[in-house]
Design a protein around this ligand. Structure first.
Ligand SMILES: Nc1ncnc2c1ncn2[C@@H]1O[C@H](COP(=O)(O)OP(=O)(O)OP(=O)(O)O)[C@@H](O)[C@H]1O
Ligand SMILES: Nc1nc2c(ncn2[C@@H]2O[C@H](COP(=O)(O)O)[C@@H](O)[C@H]2O)c(=O)[nH]1
Length: 529
């Protein structure tokens, strides 16, 4: 008899952990929270009832499909409408299954084993009315009280997320309390919960199906809890990003050294861009890139962790849970002796597709860091401060310029000022992180003048359109500028096109994927990747 290899066994798995890690490898670490708050329904012009909640949810689902790894529904937002609310949730879950979107039902159930075993019938069985890929659980009847329900989930290829570290201050004092007896005596309550959950994941290659909930806002409290997310091999669901106050730096603090198993939920920030579907999609894509970048950096902080008391594998041994490309990039980028590559400066006429190409490239290679410029122009719908640009007033911009905080600045199209913050560029280059700027021709020329003085080596890349007519078509088709602004940009474009020979490399953007691959090959060559 031929014994199947672990790869073959893994390929046969149809469990939640594998489905989710495949989805995260494809779409990144974002989970769209679908929470039909009453205020959002009113803002979107919907009735504040079960029907409004359903319409809202269907639209959010549409925005998330193809942009996020999973969606999460908060049951109280449906339950408030009684049986009609549950019917709405059933229909939305059905739609998600038809669309192939992974669903998490945030019902936070917990209780005595005999009582909560009924929950398996509600969510895990093939003919369950609200069949979901995973649900959330509260472990405060004791983490082992959940074992029966977890077994039912695993037997049906489903998963669970057990609340471990929530972000409310009162929750923290409870969760960091020291256990007085029993298993994990002397450890915190949260540690015991995490260690009990981890036991279900130990023999699984890659990401397990029993996850934890760890709030992104807990910051340094993570240390008091004794829980080390980098040692956990199930998925970690992390609420609190954006609206509730957590930023990229918080993800880095809490999830230092994790290996691609953190799923960040964002809800109100995305919903606030609705109901327009393209604005919702754009907001989802922006935040997805932001989260991906922050978690990638978190992954690289905390390399070489040793085994800890949870008896789990080390972070590096669990790299297989990670997205393929991120793992490859990390192996190459995060080594001790990092090559110091040249700064990559990307320029091209307005509307040629610089942003589109560079986004496509970074989706495949999240290890590339894109500088976030400052600008005095107003945000477009869906643009996010700190993600697309730092949106500054004229006074704020001038103050920073006077303090020498910019590598370069320019008045672009005679309409607004733009500038590259100097310090983050220097820091990323010093760490050997592939560093990319997307700036206009004046900025590129200014960098040429200053590069030697700053000790920065630069490779200049020009993105060209297949033809001028196509450039006009793209610029007008984008629909984000008035006719006067489009004309202004086309004027600048003529000057920029004439400067192509000042650049080291030209990439013709006739096809986004191909141009993105070309851009990556320039970066890979520069940084020895
Ligand atoms: N290869 C391509 N084929 C067809 N359309 C494209 C291609 N690349 C980008 N586009 C489209 O062209 C428009 C402009 O793209 P994008 O906003 O990325 O340009 P940009 O160069 O970053 O602009 P700006 O200089 O104003 O920042 C968008 O609508 C985008 O979808
Ligand atoms: N010189 C700089 N140019 C920049 C910077 N950031 C962006 N840009 C360029 O401005 C135009 C317009 O951009 P848009 O987002 O308003 O359409 C485009 O050509 C960008 O490349 C910067 O920091 N410095």
């Amino acid at each position: 008899m031929v014994t199947p290899s672990s790869e073959e066994l893994n390929a046969q798995r149809s469990d939640f952990g594998l489905r989710l890690s495949n989805s995260m490898a494809k779409y990144g670490p974002l989970c769209v929270g679908i929470d039909p708050h009453r205020k959002l329904l009113a803002d979107w012009g919907y009735n504040v009832d079960a029907e409004g909640a359903e319409l809202f949810s269907m639209r959010m689902l549409q925005a998330a499909s193809g942009c996020a790894a999973a969606v999460k529904f908060q049951t109280p937002m449906f339950e408030r409408y009684g049986s009609k609310g549950f019917e709405a949730l059933e229909r939305v879950l059905y739609a998600a299954r038809q669309m192939g979107v992974i669903t998490i039902v945030d019902c936070l159930h917990g209780g005595l084993p005999t009582t909560i075993s009924a929950i398996a019938d509600a969510y895990f069985k093939p003919n369950s009315p609200m069949l979901a890929d995973a649900i959330t659980l509260l472990p405060y009847y004791g983490a082992r009280s959940l074992n029966g329900l977890i077994s039912e989930a695993l037997d049906n290829g489903r998963g669970v997320f057990v609340a471990s570290l929530t972000s409310n201050p009162e929750g923290m004092s409870l969760q960091t309390a020291i256990r007085q007896s029993g298993d994990y005596q002397g450890h915190t309550v949260a540690y015991g919960i995490a260690a009990t959950a981890q036991k279900h994941n130990v023999d699984i290659e890659g990401m397990g199906s029993v996850g934890l909930i760890i709030g992104a806002t807990i910051g340094q409290w993570i240390q008091d809890s004794g829980v080390d997310p980098s040692q956990f091999t199930g998925p970690i669901l992390s609420p609190g990003y954006g609206w509730q106050g957590a930023e990229a730096k918080d993800l880095k603090t809490v999830f230092k050294g994790t290996r691609g198993n953190v799923l960040v939920t964002v809800s109100r920030f995305i919903a606030s861009h609705g109901p327009d579907i393209s604005a919702l999609k754009q907001a989802t894509e922006s935040i997805a890139l932001d989260v991906r970048q922050a978690l990638y950096e978190a992954m690289n902080e905390g390399e070489n962790k040793e085994k800890d008391g949870m008896g789990t594998n080390t972070a590096n041994e669990n790299a297989s849970a990670n997205s393929e490309t991120a793992a490859v990039d990390s192996a190459n980028v995060a080594q001790g002796d990092k090559p110091k590559g040249r700064l990559v400066v990307l320029t091209g006429p307005a509307g040629v597709g610089k942003g589109t190409v560079e986004n496509a490239m970074r989706k495949k290679h999240p290890g590339v860091w894109l500088s976030v410029s400052a600008t005095t122009r107003k945000p477009r719908p869906g643009e996010v401060n700190g993600v697309n640009y730092w949106f500054l007033t004229d006074q704020e911009f001038s103050a920073k310029e006077n303090k020498g905080e910019f590598l370069e600045t320019a008045l672009v199209h005679g309409l607004a000022r733009y500038g590259t913050p100097l310090k983050p560029v220097q820091e990323h280059l010093a760490e050997g992180v592939p560093t990319l700027l997307e700036i206009d021709l004046q900025g590129a020329r200014r960098i040429k003048e200053r590069a030697a003085e700053l000790g920065v080596d630069v490779v200049y890349v020009f993105i060209a359109p297949p033809s001028f007519d196509e450039l006009v078509r793209r610029l007008k088709g984008r629909g984000t500028e008035s006719e006067a602004e489009v004309n202004k940009r086309l004027e600048t474009a003529k000057v920029e096109l004439a400067a192509e020979n000042e650049f080291d490399v030209t990439i013709v953007n006739d096809n986004v994927d191909r141009a993105a691959d070309e851009l990556w090959s320039v970066i890979a060559r520069e940084y020895g990747l």
